[in-house]
Design a protein around this ligand. Sequence first.
Ligand code: UDX
Length: 451
Amino acid sequence: MSGELRLTVLGAGYLGITHAAGMASLGFDVLGVDTDAARVDQLNAGHLPIYEPGLEELLRAGLGAGRVRFTTSYPEAAAFGDVHFICTGTPQQLGGNRADLSQVHACVAALAPLLDRPCLVVGKSTVPVGTARRLAAELSQACPGAELAWNPEFLREGNAVADTLAPDRIVVGVTSGRAEQVLRQLYARPLAGGAAFIATSLETAELAKAAANAFLATKISFINAMAEICETAGGDVRDLAQILGADPRIGPAFLRAGLGYGGGCLPKDIRAFVARAEQLGAGASLAFLREVDAINLRRRARTADLTLELAGGNLTGVPVCVLGAAFKPGSDDVRDSPALDVAQILTGMGARVTVYDPAALDNARRARPELSYAPTLAAAAQGAHVVLLLTEWPEFTALTPDRLGGIVARRNMIDARNALDPVPWREAGWEYRALGVAEDTAARARLDASP
Ligand code: UDX
């Protein structure tokens, strides 16, 4: 295997599309493979089935240059590729906490029997530790010249293009120097740009992703636990986060207190990590991640309680405006969305909830058809008694108290992402409440703000 390497990317989900378009823009010929023919057609026509800033342009550039195309054919992929990337999803199992590996297994089962020359198969999907070692045995049995490596992907939704083209680190789990060399060749450009390269065992590479996500989730839940303490002890978590973050040993990233984490990665990866540790008899080591999960989910319940409080103790028939459906701004992903969960809880408490989101309305409608949606912010806020800011889109953080005040029926704002400056809202007569700020602290701030 030498010269110009040709790549296949198996699975055209979020990860697969980004990786295929990214590797094409790094100068490789890429064949994307997915079993969904409609999706393949859509991608070949240059249309992105997901919302990701800059990705459609990158895809179109690759298609235009003849560097990337998509197919449903595994035989075509086996014939084409020197390196095959596994980029299929590993969602949470229905009714359990483990990762559902069926797509990864289906992809290897489809490819392995077709391989008839030396090649490298590189896993990028997030899998429980031990998976790669098993897949490596399966592969080499089917084709002695086929080798497996693991190369976890750390990209963030909304930042996927930059994270792919200029990652901060490239982790490769390998069993030979040859595999490491191939991966160095593939990532030569980001490496020249300063990305760190860490070659390690298959197991460490698998663990790298799980551990990174566990750490990020723990950091968020840590500050949200502090938010709970602030609410009862009279503190202000925003100041606390600033103080902690000023210590370079802690750092300010991922200390934004609020409604907590959601999305297609952190929640399910943390649960799968715990489930895998228990399977390995090491459950005690990760027992704290159960608490991380519990703290995260408690923020949703707390936001609903705060709404009940602002509505005067009864939500029956109360018009409530929910700003945000995506799990974070810059994404249309509503998987495990804290915002939609809160909307659902409030609906269950009798409120008349209307949800608005600038990008995720279609996905939200599909995921939770029982909720009510409005096509514009103004329509969602019309006549509301309580407004909840649940996803910090720029359209929401740029809101002014007077503009919104002219639309709602009552000036009650719950800033569940600590995204607004409380002072102008309070000055404009809003009852402004944020997560992690005790009510009497809020009252003090109101006093301080008054001339
Ligand atoms: C995450 C990891 O960051 C990424 O490395 C991995 O590859 C996939 O999972 P992503 O799911 O795109 O990426 O979202 P991320 O930006 O990490 O945010 C996750 C959630 O945490 C969001 O719901 C966000 O609103 C929340 N969050 C983030 C906070 O509540 N507070 C913070 O300080 C940071």
